[in-house]
Design a protein around this ligand. Structure first.
Ligand code: MG
Length: 245
């Protein structure tokens, strides 16, 4: 029995449902489709240190998946004991986004195009589910991954009220795909994103494409963990098969 089959069987036993095929894949963007987390953490670090807020660059990996406002509020509560005002959020998120753009376009994540091709060829609906609201990267999707994400199948920071780790983004993704939680898989690289996927009731794949340890993915509720996107792409046909009776 493959590891994929074991994980899928364990998942269906825990949700007390019987196995169905995968109808949709709810796919995170940063750290999954783009190797962009290095640039995001550098941009956050630059913005925060300019304000004189003490922080480490690595802490921003742990916040991945949150909305920009939520990250800014963590910094504000630490430094000033209060949340940022909407105007401060707007100004500071804009500044962080500018620094991100200044670093140049992030590379596509190796293996991501293969993964998306396998899903498309298997007739699995692809839904983008990102905490990002950065136009610079959202606008690139059609060029970088043509024909993969229909325009009405995208959940971003701009259309949810609660970002990851709240399940709302992934529940919204299920709604856009027109399927139940147990008919969709979540594909994530960040613990908070994994937690959001898990809370939404989906089988959740964690891929460690950055410095986050595998154990953190499991602790956040990942049903299976892969060490790289190419490895996941290679195993994806087995995972899809494991969802068939
Ligand atoms: Mg991510």
């Amino acid at each position: 029995m493959t590891d994929e089959k074991k994980s899928v069987d364990r998942y269906f036993a825990s949700v007390r449902k019987s196995v169905t095929g995968v109808k949709a894949a709810l796919i995170d963007m940063d750290g999954v489709l783009y190797d962009s987390m290095k640039n995001h953490t550098a941009a956050w670090y630059r913005m925060a240190t300019e304000l004189g807020i003490q922080c480490t660059r690595d802490e921003f990996y742990a916040y991945e998946g949150m909305t920009g406002a939520a990250t800014i509020n963590i910094l504000f509560r630490r430094a000033y004991g209060r949340n940022a005002t909407p105007n401060e959020v707007k100004e500071l998120y804009g500044r962080k986004a500018r620094y991100f753009i200044e670093m140049g376009e992030p590379q596509l994540m190796p293996g991501a195009a293969d993964m998306l091709g396998i899903l498309r060829d298997a007739g699995v609906t692809r839904v983008l589910v990102t905490g990002s609201g950065q136009r610079s990267i959202l606008d690139r999707l059609d060029r970088d991954y043509p024909g993969i994400f229909e325009h009405d199948k995208r959940v971003t920071a701009l259309n949810v009220s609660h970002g990851k780790p709240d399940p709302e983004p992934y529940l919204k993704g299920q709604q856009l795909a027109g399927c139940n939680a147990c008919e969709a898989i979540v594909i994530e690289n960040a613990p908070l994103g994994v937690l959001a996927g898990h809370r939404s009731g989906c089988f959740t794949v964690g891929i460690t494409t950055g410095p986050i340890p595998e154990a953190d993915m499991v602790a956040s509720g990942a049903d299976i963990v892969y060490r790289s996107m190419p490895e996941f792409a290679k195993r994806l046909p087995d995972l899809l098969n494991a969802f068939k009776l």
